[in-house]
Design a binder for this molecule. Structure first.
Ligand code: SF4
Length: 253
């Protein structure tokens, strides 16, 4: 690492490093381009619709409005990433799937009953002098009572029983950032899975957030050591089948 430069940590980068240090190197150190993930692109599209839905007055936040936003957001998405068009074999299927995810959203929350305080909120803080931690929160709601709820939309399926804790790590990082910046521990963390219509909730405790901070510190140490020694081991798993770098990865060559 350059002198005076900080290690940039986010839940995604932490995930990359713990899943496979070599993957982390390709993404975070070498910044190699990746092939388009249609699931990820659909996720971004649905997120953008849900974000704009909350621009409307409460009474207008109904399924019809969201589905009307979809082709508009899709066109914007295509304009910003024209190469996506060549990857989609059936545009109708693509839009139908996005519509189904948006429709599912309305079975899990009623957006006419509250006003979000923040959407796409960027939280950031130095974990310590050489480590910068940040993340983007899909939605953060502050109730009139001052209670805080952090919400993240997922367009995939919810984790199997026993894996919820791993999934909640991302939201605990956001809760930690909010707590350290604002002095308030969020009351509720909520993962909304549109892929199988399930909500995973958790009430974070101070002990959990302190533990999250310690885990982040340990992972930061491991990454800094990997950078200093240029040692990023490969870690084969089912994720390799979706990895953009499989063709150049030493584990497969
Ligand atoms: S193919 Fe597998 S082992 Fe290789 S970088 Fe990707 S995730 Fe890691």
């Amino acid at each position: 690492m350059e002198p005076n430069s900080q290690l940039r940590l986010s839940p995604s980068r932490v995930n990359d490093f713990t899943n496979c240090p070599q993957l982390y190197k390709y993404r975070a150190i070498l910044n190699l381009p990746e092939k388009i993930s249609l699931d990820a692109e659909r996720g971004k599209l649905v997120h953008s619709v849900l974000e704009d839905l909350y621009e409307l007055p409460r009474e207008g936040r109904v399924i019809r409005s969201a589905l009307e936003l979809l082709p508009i957001k899709w066109q914007e998405h295509l304009n910003s990433k024209p190469e996506l068009a060549a990857e989609i074999t059936s545009e109708k299927e693509w839009i139908d799937r996005a519509e189904a995810l948006i429709t599912t959203y309305f079975t899990l929350e009623n957006p006419t009953t509250f006003d979000p305080t923040y959407r796409e909120l960027h939280l950031e803080r130095d974990l310590r002098e050489e480590v910068y931690l940040h993340g983007y929160v899909d939605r953060l709601d502050v109730a009139p009572t001052g209670e805080v709820r952090i919400v993240d939309y997922k367009t995939g399926k919810s984790p199997k029983a026993g894996w919820e804790e791993k999934a909640l790590f991302q939201l605990r990082v956001y809760a930690l950032l909010y707590w350290r910046n604002e002095g308030v521990i969020p009351k509720l963390l909520q993962l909304i899975y549109l892929g199988d219509s399930r909500v995973v909730k958790s009430e974070p405790t101070e002990a959990q957030l302190v533990s999250t901070e310690r885990i982040l510190g340990n992972i930061a140490d491991e990454i800094l050591t990997a950078i200093d020694t240029d040692h990023f081991p490969t870690k084969k798993s089912r994720l390799c089948d979706w990895c953009s770098f499989k063709e150049i990865c030493p584990a497969f060559n």
